[in-house]
Every structure is written in C-alpha cells, then in structure tokens.
Write a protein that binds this ligand. Structure first.
Ligand SMILES: [Zn+2]
Ligand SMILES: [Zn+2]
Length: 835
C-alpha cells in the first residue's frame, strides 16, 4: 500500500479545496510523519536520538519572537505613509526604520535579517521619499532574478504614488518600451546582467537618469558570491564610475539574507564603506525543525553493498595508473544518480516525496526544496502518483517549480498556490529568493542546501503568516549530510557563513577592466576604484597583450566590438529544450550541464513528464525532444584530464607534499549508460560524440610516496582505490570549510601522475580562475582532512557507501574504491603534515 493510501485508510481529514486550509499543527504533522516509518516518540524539546529506529535524529525548537515597532521617520512624506497604511503597514519594524534612517542620512547600509522580515520597506522608505521630494530624482534597483524584480514592481505599483513610474528592464523588455523607461521611469528595476550588457555600455543615453541617481538598491545581495559575485562587484564599480561621470553619488542600500559579516561582504561588493543592520525586530512564529535520516535498507543478498558493475569502460579500473575523476556541473542531478547507486539507505528523493504525499494528504500547505531541477520533478511526480492512487485527482494539487520554466508557467503555478488550488510544490531554490508565497505550513528540505544561510532561508519560507511551522531537513546519502544530521551543533546556534567573493580573480578582473575601458578610457584614478595593485597589474598585462592601448589620457579598448564577458560563468547561452513535433519550448538548461543532461539519447524530465532527446545541437543551443516513457534512466560518463600549470604554494612534509596551484582540466562526456528503472541494472553503454570542455582553474593537491603508503599498510593493488575513496570523501567534506558545495568542486586521483610523479589526489574549483574554494582547502588542510578521515572511519558500512566514500558524480562509476585503505592514507598524510 502506498503511503497516502495507508494514511487515508487511517482516517484523514478530507482535503480542503479552498484557500486558508489550516492543515495540521507542526507537532501533529511531525508525529504523523514519524509514525510512518516506526513507533512514534513524543515530541519534546531538545534532542531526540534516532537510536530506536526513528528517522528523526534531532528536533530543534526555534521559539517565537515578539515584534518591535518604531515610529515613522519624520522625513517620510504623508502620501507615502498613507499609501503604506492602506496596504496594512501602520508603522515600520525597528530594523526597517534604523536602516532607512541611515540611508536617508547618506550612509551606505546593508540590512541582513531573516526571510519575511520586511527588508523591502527599509529601502522603499528612503528611495520613494526621495522620489516624492524631488520630482527629478531617480532610483536603480537590482535583483538577481526577474521574478523578484517583477514582484517588487507589483509592490511599488500597488502603492499608486504619483510620478514614480516604476518599470522593470530585463532581457524581455521590447525596444520601444526600453526607450520609454529610459526617458520616463524614475524607479528602474533591473539586474546586474542588464546593467553589464545594456545600461553601462549605453551610458551616454542613460546620462540624464544617471545624473539624477539618488539610490542604488541591491536586493538579495548574498546571492552575489563566488565568480558571479566577483563580476557583479566590478559591474557595480563601473556603475559608480558612470554615475560620477554624470555628476551623482548615489547611496547604496543593500538587503541580504542573514549572513556572516554582512558589512564586510557588502563593502567588498560595492567597494564602499557599508554599515550593517542585523537585529531583526519582526515577529516570528515558532518553528519546529527536525533532522531526518532516511532508514537503512535491508541488506541485499550478494557480495557486499557494492553491486559489481560490468560496463566496458570500467575495464581499465583498478590498474596501477588508474585515474579517477569527478565531473563538475553546477546543476547536476545528484539525487537522480543516487537513486541508482547501490541502495544502502532509502533515497532522500523518495523519502521527501513520501513526506510530501503525507503532508498533502493531511491538508498541509507544503513546499519541498530539492537541489536539482530533475530532482524537483521526480519528487512532484512520485507524490502525484501516490496521491492519485489513494484519491483519484488528489495528485493534481502538487506541482514542480524551477528556474528554467517559462514566465507564464511560473506565474500560473504561483497563482494556483495562492488560491489553494495547489497544496504543495516541489521546487529548486528558484523559490529561495524573495518571491512572495504566503501561508505555507511546512517546508521539506531534500538534502543540505550547502550553507547554513541557505538552510535558514529555505526553512524561513514556512509560517510566513506568523503561525507555527514545521521544517524538516532530509539527509541525502552523502558524507556531509550524514555528518550534519548527527552533529546538530554544526547547524544550530552557530553563525552563518560569510559570503565569499574575490574581485581580484584575474579571470574576472581582466574582462571587467576591458568592459570598463570600452565604456570610457581607464584613468589612473579608475584603477584605484577597481582594486589598486591587482588592477594596475592586470592593465599592464592587457596592454602588453594588445587588448588595451595606453595614451596620455588613459587606457583605451582597442577593438571594435565589446569584450565578451560571461558574468555567471555558465559558459555561454542556455540550451533550449524544444519538443520536435510541436516546436514548443519546454525550458532551458545551462550550457555547462547540457552535455550531461541533454546529450542525444538522454531521458529529460519536465513537469514530471519524461522526454527522450532526439538530438543535441550545440551550435544552435537547441535540444530536440519527444515525449516518451522509457523503462530506463540514462547516466552520462565523463572523462577528465588534469595537468599542473603552476605551483603557487606548497608544504614539503617529507613523504607527503601539499600544494596549491593552477591546473588545466579538460573533460569530455564520452558515453552514457542506460539502466533499468526498477533494478538499476545496466542495459548498455552507448558512445557519444561531444567536444571537450577546457578549464583553467585553481587546485589543492597532496602527494604521498609509495614507500609511505606501503609503511601505512596500503597494499599496492589498493592504492588507486584508497586515493579515489579519500578524494571522494574529501570533496564531500570541503563545504564544512568553504562556502561551496560538492558540485562546485572537481577531483582527480591517480596512483602516478605525470606532473607530480607520485600518487596524488587533486581537488579543484569548478570555475575558471577559481572561486576561492581550493585556497580555503589549502589553508585549512589539516582540519579538512581530519574531518574527512573521521567521516570515513565512523561510517558503519563495510565496503564504502554514499555516506562515506561513494560519490554521486563519479566519472568512474565509483570504482575502484578501498574504504579501509583510504583511512590509512589520510592517517599517514595527517601524521606527516604540520598542524
Ligand atoms: Zn559508508
Ligand atoms: Zn570518483
């Protein structure tokens, strides 16, 4: 019997059709969910243990908080106050008033408080007051997503203020409309991409707008991290330079999710001194937060938990010079692959789908966050099927939601959730950002989202109306997730991570200086603005290379066209997925993951419907697909090579060496396996003809001499498996040290690498030029490798499992792996390394 059928047979309240369904209280829902898999434990404060077979390893109660109001600042004009009062806002919360007051006084300020704490009002107050007080003033608002800008536009339009004429400017805005916006709008809502591609290159046409610019609002500024964040930092410096040129010095107001040291991050992002307001004075309902570890499956008969594989391209595995590699793609489908790895635990996807099913059956409005697009669609489709089996038609109240959907699809889904037509969504983090969904009772988080900041952001989606809410983190079969559900102290009561960005990355700085020079010649003063010494160095190199020319008045861009700069580091235009028969555009996929997800013959899921890819046309960035229900899944194979270009730093520790440096990585998707859906059995392996992709990036690596390995008791035949296993676990644990996730990082291990001439494990940034992760790993190597060793040694499995040394993105089918020998290798490395 399915979960829903079982639940319904025990007498559930009938699902409610209209909006405002109260659902179950969190404690009741948690009790019901817990009862699903074993004997229930009474929910009490503090920690539960999972020792009695309950999947719940910990319950944390986050208490409710009273709100604190502040009076309206005296400078807020009456029409604005009245418009806000008409929308039900009688007075600002303290944090809103404090931030607004500072911005009004001309200080750059960042407001870093929780989800639903009303950050918008903090910038609306000074910005709209300025527009009402001065009929010529202008405001520029930047958001990371179109959906969020559209949401803000609605909010400002609803206020009905005279003469503000707010408008969104994005890639979809028609040319005639852009003209109107430029001439008439005084509140332009756009994104860093538009600023970079359109507004700044055309600054002369925007001169009047820039001259009158009073405020720049940067919403959800914590999303500008890594390489993208470093690019945006320079786009903002270019904006400041353009504003200065036309005679304005706008005040920057930033809004951020809770993050470590927001003032420092905001200052690095804007290049300006920014102060932070972090004390949240908005009321909050209590949240019950449960950590959930899916149960172990009964062991399969046969030799150990690792099912032998017989794919032809595994034939070379295990030889003395085996090179094992990991694919890096930012949106790869960990969960899907995990479903097909030899099952040790119930997959987090299935577990989440069951919990979602249960919640919907109980009439609870629930949002499930799933990390990959495909994962979100699988969860939605599994829940729909289970609900339909129980009550035909009930499945229609669950939908999938993700960033790649077309605008109309997204709007329809948001509306349906608002009206109560939909009870639940399975979503990627497209919904993590401020899109306004109200009245959710529960949030399920399928897999640790990578940072504590994201975790709280997602959990904060529940209980917007101030009522009690439930959040459940479902652990994936992954070393970090396993570590966290058993170490709740690493999640609760600890500050969230700082956002990492590095504007001095030469792969960012160089192209950005070219962009700036193409907008207006760079002067010596400008180079201070763009970072001082690193900028001077980069300009000298660009001048030598002929990209810039030095004249007495500055450095000039020498080419006709504009420099090509890829802000988001996705490597070009997204690939469109088109249904062959109808020509219908189903969605888009990042070019970086198109090779893996949309290769010819791949199974592609959209809104729970599966399609087969007929053809991937890389030149036109189109994948042609047709609807099909194959009884197999597809798994792309990736071959990677790595060579060392330059060593930046190293530690010589006798038989062990630790290095940081630049490497060249080439990878190619060469084949794919088709596996039976039910059993995971390999049907066949088919070759693919896709081009290589190249990456110059930063890596951390360690070497250990064969003698030291022998002394540590690692047999020669086990060396490749030991290094490979250590590499997998080390990648899995790195997010403990740096604000990355394992999909940002690649790895390669080999019993003998041509450049190091020794057994070596490489771990590299998956972004051109690096994003700071490898540096962080090098700086914290001893702590990082100690946690890695602990994670492997404490895993209860016999021969390695996804919770310790297996990787969902292994380009070698998780072979060879030697769990015990990996512990010995790490032991030997840690013994040699200075602390
Ligand atoms: Zn294990
Ligand atoms: Zn691997």
């Amino acid at each position: 019997m399915t979960t829903a059928a079982r639940a319904l047979s025990t007498g559930l309240p009938a699902p409610v059709a209209a909006s405002g369904s109260p659902g179950l209280r969190p404690a009741e829902l948690l009790h019901r969910l817990r009862g699903r898999t074993g004997p229930g434990i009474a929910v009490s404060g503090g920690a539960d243990s999972g020792a009695d077979g309950s999947p719940i390893t910990h319950v944390e109660r986050v208490p409710a908080r009273e709100g604190r109001r502040a009076p309206w600042p005296g400078w807020v004009p009456a029409p604005l106050r009245e418009a806000l009062a008409a929308r039900g806002i009688d007075a600002p919360w303290e944090h809103q008033a404090t931030a607004a007051e500072r911005a009004h006084g001309g200080s750059h300020v960042v407001l870093a408080t929780g989800t639903a704490s009303g950050k918008s009002l903090a910038y609306q107050l000074p910005a709209l007051s300025a527009l009402l007080a001065d009929p010529r003033a202008t405001v520029l608002y930047l958001s990371p997503t179109k959906a969020l800008a559209a949401d803000q536009l609605r909010a400002i339009t609803r206020l009905g203020l005279d003469g503000v004429r707010p408008a969104t400017l994005d890639g979809d805005t028609p040319r005639e409309e852009r003209e109107w916006i430029r001439q008439h709008s005084r509140f332009v809502l756009t994104n860093p991409d538009m600023l970079h591609h359109s507004l700044l290159p055309g600054h002369a046409r925007w001169g009047v707008f820039l001259r009158r610019l009073r405020y720049v609002v940067i919403d959800e500024c914590h999303t500008y991290r890594g390489v993208f964040g470093s690019h945006v930092a320079h786009v903002l410096r270019r904006l400041r330079r353009a504003a200065t040129r036309y005679g304005s010095r706008p005040t920057f107001v930033l809004a951020s999710a809770t993050s470590g040291d927001p003032a420092d991050t905001a200052s690095r992002l804007t290049g300006l001194p920014v102060t932070a307001v972090t004390e949240d004075a908005s009321p909050r309902g209590a949240v019950t937060f449960a950590l959930w570890e899916p149960p172990l499956l009964a062991p399969e008969p046969g030799p150990g938990p690792v099912r032998p594989r017989s794919a032809p391209d595994d034939a070379t595995a295990g030889g003395p010079d085996t090179i094992a590699t990991e694919a890096t793609t930012s949106s790869a489908d960990s969960e899907i692959v995990a479903v097909d790895l030899p099952p040790v635990r119930r997959s987090a996807l299935r577990e989440t789908a069951d919990l979602l099913t249960e919640a919907v059956a109980a009439g609870t409005r629930t949002l499930a966050f799933v990390r990959s697009r495909r994962g979100a669609e699988v969860v939605a489709s599994m829940a729909r099927r289970a609900l339909d089996e129980a009550v035909p038609g009930l499945g229609a109240r669950v939908a999938a939601y993700r960033g790649g959907y077309l605008r109309e699809d997204r709007r329809a889904i948001e509306r349906a959730l608002l009206t109560g037509e939909l009870l639940a969504l399975a979503s990627t983090n497209a919904l993590e950002l401020g899109v306004d969904l109200v009245g959710l009772d529960a949030v399920l988080i399928c897999g640790y989202p990578g940072t504590r900041a994201s975790l709280w952001q997602q959990a904060g989606r529940a209980g917007r109306s101030g009522g009690e809410a439930l959040a459940v983190l479902v652990a994936r079969d992954d070393p970090l997730d396993t570590y966290l559900v058993h170490h709740p102290e690493a999640l609760f009561g600890r500050p969230v991570e700082a956002t990492v960005l590095d504007p001095t990355n030469p792969y960012v700085l160089g192209p950005q200086l070219c962009s700036a020079a193409s907008e207006a010649p760079l002067t010596a003063d400008d180079l201070e603005l763009f970072g001082g010494p690193p900028a001077r160095e980069a300009v000298a190199a660009l001048t030598d290379a002929g990209a810039l020319r030095h004249r007495p008045s500055g450095w000039y861009w020498t080419h006709r066209g504009r420099p090509e700069v890829d802000l988001r580091g996705t490597g070009g235009a997204p690939v469109s997925v088109v249904e062959s028969a109808t020509g219908r555009l189903l969605g888009t996929v990042d070019p970086g993951s198109a090779h893996l997800q949309l290769h010819t013959g791949a199974v592609y899921l959209h809104q729970g419907v599966s399609y087969l890819v007929d053809q991937l046309d890389l030149e036109d960035a189109v994948a042609l697909v047709h609807a099909a229900e194959p009884d197999f899944s597809t798994h792309a194979r990736d071959v990677t090579n790595l060579s060392v270009a330059e060593v930046r730093a190293y530690v010589d520790a006798g038989p062990v060496g630790l290095f940081l440096g630049e490497v060249d990585v080439t990878s190619q998707v060469v084949s794919y396996q088709r596996r039976r859906l039910r059993t995971g059995e390999v049907i066949d392996t088919r070759p693919l003809d896709l081009p290589e992709r190249e990456l110059r990036t930063v890596a951390v690596w360690f070497t250990i001499s064969p003698q030291a390995l022998a002394a540590a008791g690692v047999a020669a035949a086990d060396v490749p498996g030991a290094l490979h296993a250590a590499e997998h676990a080390a990648i899995g644990l790195l997010p403990l040290m740096a604000t990355c996730d394992r999909w940002d990082i690649g790895g390669l291990s080999t019993a003998n690498h041509a450049d190091t001439e020794a057994p070596t494990v490489f771990v590299y940034d998956g972004h051109p030029g690096g994003a700071g992760f490898a540096e962080r790993a090098y700086a914290t190597a001893a702590a990082w490798l100690r946690a890695t060793r602990a994670a492997i040694a404490s895993c209860a499995c016999e021969n390695g499992c996804p919770s310790c040394v297996q990787s969902p993105k292994c380009g070698n089918g998780n072979s060879p792996l030697a769990k015990g020998a990996a512990v010995a290798v790490l032991e030997a490395v840690l013994d040699a390394l200075p602390n």
